[in-house]
Design a protein around this ligand. Structure first.
Ligand code: F6P
Length: 350
């Protein structure tokens, strides 16, 4: 069997751990040749495919490394038009691939689903710091990103308390607030603003004023997809040709402008940005990524193609890629973490 492995979408810590586990499991099983495809689906879109065999030694010593040894792309669109699709099909034939293990987020799963139309069999592995893939309670990369947000909030708190300021810290996460919520709770934010709960400026002003009287500083953790009631999300840029062209970002600066005139304290904004995507995976993510990679190899070996590895109730299993394509898992407003945050006095902006 010839198995291609690719990493698609934005990178996140733990991708190399998956590549290592898939490759080693398939090599140990025998009868499998593993090829690493360069730069996600982009490696299958050119005049010639860009892929090379992955040997045991090439995937050794990479478990702890951030990024991806294969490269990735979050703007490549193999479904762009008929000509691109035909080229992908030719490249898959040239490489003699029986199946592609696509390690990616909801965008990659949607592309993998679409590619089944040209007979390309895929097995999916969910990755993202956003933790927003449907039917999977935890994607690897998220735990590491939460740790980065948590540490950043502590650093910000040190300077906030010294200067008696209101500090706004913006996390990634797109339309899902998981990263802001878990990072905000772990980093003891006073106000947590999520894309799922539109914020009311008056409520935030009120909370900051209360804190001006007592603690004299306030930490606000805001997900990049958050928006004011009746307002719109803050778009950083549009990436032409990308299957999902909108890039969010900058809401922390917008909120700073809105808040400052109402407060005595100075307000500052920090956008954490791509720092959240880098670094070595935490032990939790290394183990989860290895479990995911191992299970993906099992799906290939068992011929359960068209499936994505998933974590549900703490157990590794799989769901059909068709079930998760073109959908996202956002934070339910009645989620236990939200109720808990409210009960311990965190302001959710509503
Ligand atoms: O999906 C992962 C993610 O990091 C999002 O949280 C963020 O909105 C987006 O990717 C950023 O994309 P880019 O790397 O193209 O700026």
């Amino acid at each position: 069997m010839r198995v291609g492995v690719l990493t698609g979408g934005g990178d996140c810590p733990g991708l190399n751990a998956v590549i290592r586990a898939v490759t080693k499991s398939l090599i140990r099983h025998g009868h499998c040749k593993v090829l690493g495809i360069a730069d996600g689906f982009e490696g299958l879109m050119g005049a010639a495919p860009r892929a090379q065999p992955l040997a045991w030694d090439q995937v050794s010593g990479i478990l702890h490394m951030g990024g991806t040894i294969l490269g990735t792309s979050n703007s490549a669109n193999p479904l762009k038009d008929e000509a691109t699709l035909a080229q992908v099909a030719r490249n898959v034939r040239t490489l003699g691939l029986d199946v592609v293990v696509a390690i990616g987020g909801d965008g990659t799963m949607s592309l993998a689903h679409g590619l089944q139309a040209i007979g390309l069999a895929c097995v999916g592995v969910p990755k993202t710091i956003d933790n927003d893939i449907a039917l999977c309670e935890r994607s690897f990369g998220f735990d590491t990103a939460v740790a980065t947000v948590t540490e950043s909030l502590y650093r910000i708190e040190c300077t906030a308390s010294s200067h008696h300021r209101v500090m706004i810290v913006e996390t990634m996460g797109r339309h899902a607030g998981w990263l802001a919520l878990e990072g905000g709770v772990a980093g003891a934010a006073d106000i947590i603003l999520l894309p799922e709960i539109d914020y009311d400026l008056d409520v935030i002003v009120q909370r900051c004023r209360e804190r001006e009287q007592r603690q004299r500083y306030t930490i606000i953790c805001i997900g990049e997809g958050a928006k004011p009631r009746g307002g719109a999300q803050t778009v950083r840029e549009q990436v032409a040709h990308s299957p999902d062209p909108v890039r969010l970002g900058g809401v922390a600066h917008a909120l700073r402008q809105q808040l400052q005139p109402h407060l005595k304290s100075e307000v500052r904004a920090t956008v954490l940005g791509h720092v959240q995507r880098g670094g070595d995976p935490t032990p939790f993510d290394r183990v989860l990524a290895t479990r995911f990679g191992h299970h993906a190899a099992q799906l290939v070996i068992d011929g359960r193609l068209g499936h994505m590895v998933a974590l549900q109730n703490g157990l590794i299993g799989s769901v059909q890629i068709a079930q998760v394509a073109n959908t996202q898992r956002t934070v339910p407003p009645d989620h236990e973490l939200i109720t808990m945050a409210r009960d311990i006095g965190v302001c959710l902006g509503d």
